[in-house]
Design a protein around this ligand. Sequence first.
Ligand SMILES: [Zn+2]
Length: 484
Amino acid sequence: MFRFAKAPTYLLISALLGSSFTTQADNFNTLPEIGTTAASTLTIEKEMEYGDAYMRMLRASMPVISDPLLSEYVQDLGHRLVANAEDVRTPFNFFMIQNREINAFAFFGGHVAIHSGLFLHAKTESELASVVAHEIAHITQRHLARSMEDQAKKSPATMAALIGSLMLAIASPEAGMAAIHATTAASAQGQINYTRSNEKEADRIGIATLAKSGFEVQAMPRFFGRLADQYRYASTPPAMLLTHPLPESRIADTRNRANQFPAKRVNTSERYQLARARIIARYAGIESEAALDWFNRQLKKANASQKSALNYGKALVFIDSGKYQQAHELLDPLLVAEPKNRFYIDSATDLDLYEKNYDKAIKRLEQALTANPNHKVLRLNLAHALQEAGRNEESISILTRYTYDNQNDTNGWHLLAQAYADIGRRDAELAARAELMALRGLWDKAIQHYIQASQLVEVDSLDQARYDARIDQLRLARARFANL
Ligand SMILES: [Zn+2]
């Protein structure tokens, strides 16, 4: 069933959580200014290290979506906002987690997680952007660092211990959903939370960022208001929200703030609609029949541009359920109309590969790449197609470069490991798998893999030197990780 529009079980969007911990809110005025006390205890460098460690733990314990097209979409959306934000001190990384609960959260080091469920509730790209802009503001204003600082001052626990307990909660699989709400879960334990002032500040700055980035500012009060309404009429309000009353005043504040900007009509981008259709087809956790039913119902009231995205979504459902003819009927006209659309190219490639039309897929991708030689998704697609066609050496050459350029992308390492396995290069396969382990913070296993790889190759060979050097690097990384 497709019930996401009704009473969500949780409304844990941090944007909407007014803090009930008034002691901290009252203490806001005594919080240190950015760049003074906070910076002296928790440097940006330290934050980056925590962020990196955290990210590895998340990969190991949460359903992080590694879909190249969706990753590209959220990165582009996020960076468009970052480019218009003030006080940017860290690089930013935007990624998606497969989860139907509405949530987005930011953590150290510029990492912003977006739940797939957010796409199901946001009706326009500006609505989605308003939540992302709010989270970006939490990072640029260093709210997490400042609230932890504040907490550390009032409790016997040291900063390191506080961060440690937060990270342990995240790392523990049993902690489940509660843990992922890094800030909110911690706030439930009364440890760390954003103050009411933090939330208002993030709203205020987020709206300014939205405006500068060309999004519709009214989207924020509208989206927040709609979510609040849904909660209000929910038959079983989540316990979390009972202890964190939804502050009407904040929605009113965002509305007033948005009214200060000139009214502007912003069309939702085609890419947003395609990304949303892709999420509904593949990451909403619903049966194919229910998904088709939903797409069909939406098609009845859709305009022309929405129709393309909805038909694309239907085509994906058909591909995933092996109904290739029906997928062709929908996808072929879309690709004719927009031969450069990467969502369509991606799915046409999938179809070709399933139907063993390898040359057709490879040719299409090579053509697309001549216009856009460094495009990540196309490069991955081509490497995959070459592999399916049995052209592993060519695939490896693309992937070697790709993994060098994108060391944190698990897709590249996965494909590379597969290609090496196919040609029987066990040492190189182990090395690629080791990188996947390291990305999940599994240092011991990663090092073990490299040791094995090193033993498989000729003594004193270039490969052995490379593997051994990497073992040293990983040991250092493991030590740093443990020190955190
Ligand atoms: Zn917030």
